[in-house]
Design a protein around this ligand. Structure first.
Ligand code: GEK
Length: 243
């Protein structure tokens, strides 16, 4: 299942519609995320290492907003704890049906249950690892506090939340520089100025980033007593919080 090259925004679009995870995105998704999110592959690999350290016997590892299951596969190949299962959730049926095909071809033994649902509506229980790899940024701001509280409640003591997000910065010069460097990253990966600007327009009001402080404050208010950045590459970061 080879990924096609992402050319979705390569031609001028009179009006740029809001970004949707539909079948045209599914076909190019691995190429798109790799060329757009600095450090994506490093984060995916580290999710496997973290899961192998934190997955507890008889528990569930959740991959929320799983897309094509990259984080699920990384965990599935690294977890050694007995009787673990992975529940991977996405509300795009196009993503999930492609993800199912990818999981079916994978030979690792840990059971994976795919669920097509809004991650805010599922029950989260008996979790030792919860992954939100670039997904919270698509949840409405007003719903994020309640959602992170639900995650905290569903984690076992000793459990781990991995939260990767595009970040914003309160300092205007930092915000401008980090945005400029992200665009330079995309251009170095072959995207044109027009592709960068049309994609930015499509994500306006769809992907809503926050600052690290906003994330940390929410995690602390939700019950976690710690939250740190373990990885950052320009305005893309991955955080861990321990229950
Ligand atoms: C990866 N984690 O490759 N409920 C369920 N899924 C959702 C919701 C929601 N409310 N909102 C968005 N999604 C993946 C990458 S991509 C990140 C995650 C990106 C899903 C959406 O359908 C998409 O598949 C995913 O979250 C975000 O490690 O494209 O920037």
């Amino acid at each position: 299942m080879n990924s096609q090259k992402d050319t979705l925004y390569a031609s001028p679009l009179g009006k740029v519609d809001g970004f949707q995870f539909d079948s045209s995105v599914v076909d190019v998704f691995p190429d798109m995320i790799q060329r757009s999110v600095p450090g994506y592959s490093a984060i995916i690999s580290a999710i496997g290492l973290l899961a192998s350290r934190f997955a507890q016997a008889d528990s569930v590892c959740y991959d929320l907003g799983c897309s094509l299951g990259a984080a699920t596969l990384s965990m599935r190949h690294k977890i050694g704890a007995k009787d673990c299962k992975i529940i991977a959730v996405d509300n795009s049926s196009a993503m999930l049906s492609r993800c199912q095909k990818i999981i079916d071809r994978d030979t690792a033994v840990i059971p994976v249950q795919l669920v097509c649902a809004d991650i805010q509506d599922i029950s989260i229980q008996n979790a030792s690892v919860i992954v939100l790899n670039f997904t919270l940024q698509f949840i409405p701001l007003a719903d994020r506090d309640a959602f992170i509280k639900k995650i905290y409640a569903g984690l076992r003591p000793g459990g781990l939340l991995i939260l990767s997000e595009k970040l914003m910065f309160t300092d205007a010069r930092q915000q401008a520089l980090q945005t400029e460097m992200h665009h330079a990253f995309k251009k170095a990966n072959g995207y044109s100025d027009m592709e960068v600007s049309q994609k930015r327009a499509s994500l306006e009001n769809v992907l809503i980033p926050e600052t690290f402080k906003q994330h940390k404050d929410r995690l602390l208010q939700s019950g976690f007593d710690n939250a740190e950045v373990w990885f950052q590459y320009f305005n893309f970061a991955s955080m861990i919080a321990l229950k």
